[in-house]
Write a protein that binds this ligand. Sequence first.
Ligand SMILES: CC(C)(COP(=O)(O)OP(=O)(O)OC[C@H]1O[C@@H](n2cnc3c(N)ncnc32)[C@H](O)[C@@H]1OP(=O)(O)O)[C@@H](O)C(=O)NCCC(=O)NCCS
Length: 148
Amino acid sequence: MCGIGEGNSGLPLRIRLVEEKDRWEVIALGSREFPYIEHPDAFFLERMENHYFFVAEVDGKFAGFIDMEPERGDTALIAGFAVRPELRGKGIGTELLKFALRFLKAVGFKKAVIYSKNGNSAANRIYRKFGFSVVKECNGILKWEKEL
Ligand SMILES: CC(C)(COP(=O)(O)OP(=O)(O)OC[C@H]1O[C@@H](n2cnc3c(N)ncnc32)[C@H](O)[C@@H]1OP(=O)(O)O)[C@@H](O)C(=O)NCCC(=O)NCCS
């Protein structure tokens, strides 16, 4: 299931399932943004194969990704979400998250969960904008939930 179009970003944006050709760009962006992951190659390869893993492209070039997995019951976890630094602030993250929430709802999930650092103002702003609420805070990590 893929969404194609500009959304509200005004960019030639396409959101599609991850493909083999994306693997090194996903790993490069993922290891840059989530440096605490010990073996990013294995970590992201496993996710690209086994999760609901979508990428955004702008003008046919890799721009970012969103990674989702079933958590428990009818709850899905948005486990990874990132946009290339030079493309941020143009609405790509908003379009990726909009797509992800529609996708999760369409495949039958009832709730989405995301974790973020409480200092991650860009991410937290988007989650709030999309109607997520903080349901727990522990050691600076926020747990966000939203009914779909
Ligand atoms: C979070 C992230 C994916 C957002 O992607 P993006 O393409 O920049 O998002 P958008 O352009 O759609 O902007 C979303 C909102 O964040 C705001 N925003 C962007 N950068 C911001 C910043 N540095 N500080 C505060 N708000 C910011 C935008 O103004 C926008 O809000 P608005 O629509 O109310 O104006 C991107 O910042 C990123 O990749 N961050 C690093 C990885 C990360 O932290 N992932 C989330 C892990 S929980």
